[in-house]
Ligand binder design. Structure first.
Ligand SMILES: NC(=O)c1ccc[n+]([C@@H]2O[C@H](COP(=O)([O-])OP(=O)(O)OC[C@H]3O[C@@H](n4cnc5c(N)ncnc54)[C@H](O)[C@@H]3O)[C@@H](O)[C@H]2O)c1
Length: 255
């Protein structure tokens, strides 16, 4: 058990990569503060896992772009479980493919709030709790932060901001015993991925093409990304900080 008697907060933990993280940390004995704006999916996952281990998951409905609510939720989780050992800033959205001409400044500001400022806020609000436990922060960025993505200037910029923030915060937080790292997945089989495919003419061939980008000819599972996060959140990675871990199944090789 790599995470017993410890507590992790997972934002966007009801589905996709976040749910993968929740399941992986829970299976390793962790208590989970699950935040998501999808109340039904959040309650369902919390119920399932609490049946396995009583009072191990606290779900709080939360939009991480509502920063005052987000801070209250973090404090409530700390009070409920007595400590916070890690936060995984995962909640994020990917708008449909759009040219820069068609994506308004207001849309960009909203996307920054959800994808980047929530990461900044989650780290900022968790810091007082993490100082007590010498805890960890894991930010879910994307390979698009370093590779770009066609018709996704806004999304890529939010994901790149997470990487820069991770490195700068690692410098500041390291002397306080807190490690900060980012995970950059390539393609992961999640509801977000499938919803994106549905916006295209031929969803199945789009999913096949995306799978073929990895050398394993498949996407990652959410649990595979969850295991990278577990590694970064525990003593297994005690000498790593400020890193942008490319969890890409070899997708960037042989360009
Ligand atoms: N799926 C991929 O291939 C992929 C690749 C690289 C990076 N990512 C990143 O991983 C993260 C998760 O993506 P996913 O594919 O699991 O998405 P998903 O849509 O499948 O799941 C995201 C979860 O976050 C929640 N959420 C979204 N906005 C929220 C908000 N404002 N407040 C609270 N909860 C919110 C959703 O309700 C959902 O439960 C995102 O940051 C995304 O950019 C995904």
């Amino acid at each position: 058990m790599l995470f017993s008697d410890q507590t992790v907060i997972v934002t966007g933990g009801a589905k996709g990569i976040g749910a993968g993280c929740v399941r992986v940390f829970h299976a390793q004995g962790g208590n989970i503060g699950l935040l998501d704006r999808d109340q039904q999916a959040g309650e369902q996952l919390a119920h399932e896992l609490n049946q396995q281990r009583e009072n191990s998951v606290l779900f709080l409905p939360c939009d991480v772009a509502q920063f005052d609510d987000f801070e209250q939720c973090i404090d409530q989780i700390a009070e409920h479980f007595g400590q916070i050992d890690s936060i995984i800033n995962n909640a994020g959205v990917h708008p449909a493919a759009t040219s820069i001409d068609d994506f308004t400044i207001d849309q960009m500001q909203d996307l920054m709030n959800v994808n980047f400022l929530s990461t900044y806020a989650g780290a900022k609000f968790a810091m007082p709790h993490l100082r007590k436990t010498k805890g960890t922060i894991v930010n879910i960025s994307s390979m698009t932060a370093v590779l770009g993505q066609h018709l996704s200037t806004a999304y890529c910029a939010t994901k790149g901001a997470q990487v820069s923030f991770t490195k700068a915060l690692a410098l500041e937080a390291g002397p306080q015993g807190i490690r900060v790292n980012a995970v950059l997945p390539s393609n992961v089989d999640t509801p977000l991925m499938r919803e994106w495919a549905q916006t295209l003419d031929d969803p199945q061939s789009a999913l096949d093409r995306v799978a073929s980008l990895q050398v394993f000819n498949r996407m990652a599972t959410p649990e595979e990304i969850g295991r990278v996060c577990l590694f970064l959140a525990t003593e297994q990675s005690s000498f790593l900080t400020g890193q942008a871990i490319e969890a890409d199944g070899g997708a960037a090789l042989d360009y």
